[in-house]
Ligand binder design. Structure first.
Ligand code: SAM
Length: 309
């Protein structure tokens, strides 16, 4: 049977920031520093790396994977914004999430709960800094961290606002062309291996209430996202392993918004949402060698079926 890896035993994921460099140049740089590039990974097991070897990720083309103990926080490429790291190397979730948004340049995209901006910077890279990227966060301090991160990453197409997404008016004239929304709301973080611990019974009761409150907030945000008049697709993601924050939020939203449906995600991805929501993705330390997370992609289908008539 599979052993459950601890957080510090997971591979380190490094995203190459294509606004500033190319994957090839980054690979060459690491090779010159004595790292050995083993090529593109084909199986999950190829991500079990040792020492100074590294590979290209299985699913995501601008992601490089290093061995668990690698730390690039002092690295030149990181300081220059050529590579992006997230705490504890957690990158697969943002990468998976933003890849699913249209790659068309000059789209209007909204990042609803954006700070500290890892996914925002990735969206900007995919958009090649064209179009418009509205990003909101309620927390002013996190938003200021985000400004620094975006500056270092060379992001220029963003419009940041310290604002409650739930109070953003979907009918505001500036949002009339928003077609894609990324919703990565506050969640329990239960997928982060480092945050898991054994809870006492009273703690469990408290956790249950917290989970209910979070799920209600997440559903509220998702319903709000679907109110943008030109919206085509919304990505919903959490770093939670609780079905209350994942499949149950999405299922409730689909029941309330019959003009939207789920889009099947990365069919080669090994871990799926719990039935019947198998079009969604899940991730875990054992099956994908990442922290736990969940991603769903919803798209509008009424406009299309009207056109087809
Ligand atoms: N997407 C981010 C990234 O990849 O770096 C991480 C987002 S974090 C999971 C959730 C964020 O939602 C927090 O920064 C929190 O301050 C923000 N938030 C919570 N409630 C919000 C609201 N009502 N409107 C906007 N942002 C909110």
């Amino acid at each position: 049977s599979l052993q459950q890896p601890e957080g510090d035993q997971l591979p380190r994921y490094v995203r190459v920031n294509t606004l500033k460099t190319t994957v090839k140049d980054a690979i060459d740089y690491f090779k010159r520093e004595g790292f050995s590039y083993l090529g593109q990974a084909y199986r999950l097991d190829d991500l079990n790396l040792k020492g100074k070897s590294f590979v290209g990720d299985l699913h995501l083309s601008d992601l490089l994977v290093f061995s668990p103990k690698t730390d690039f926080h002092d690295h030149n490429l990181y300081k220059a914004g050529h590579i992006i790291l997230q705490d504890k190397g957690l990158w697969t979730c943002p990468c998976t999430t933003v890849y699913l948004i249209s790659q068309q340049a000059s789209s209007h995209v909204l990042d609803a709960c954006a700070a500290p901006g890892n996914k925002t910077s990735h969206l900007a890279a995919i958009m090649k800094n064209k179009g418009r990227l509205f990003a909101f966060d309620l927390d002013a301090k996190r938003l200021s961290t985000m400004s620094t991160l975006l500056l270092r990453a060379g992001v220029t197409c963003q419009q940041l606002a310290n604002q409650d997404f739930l109070k953003v008016d979907p009918d505001g004239p500036q949002y009339k062309d928003v077609e894609y929304i990324l919703l990565d709301p506050s969640c329990s973080g239960s997928g982060m291996v480092c945050l898991r611990d054994e809870a006492s019974p009273s703690q469990k009761e408290q956790d249950k209430r917290r989970l209910q409150a979070l799920a209600a907030f997440q559903l509220h945000c998702l319903n709000h996202a679907l109110r943008f008049p030109r919206l085509q697709r919304v990505v919903y993601s959490t770093c939670s392993i609780h079905t209350e924050e994942n499949e149950q939020v999405v299922a409730a939203c689909l029941l309330q918004n019959t003009g939207f449906r789920l889009v099947p995600l990365l069919l080669q991805w090994p871990e799926r949402g719990l039935a019947p929501l198998t079009k969604c993705l899940r991730a875990s330390t054992t099956k994908t060698l990442t922290h736990g997370f969940f991603v769903a992609l919803l798209e509008r289908h009424t406009a299309q079926s009207l056109e087809e008539q």
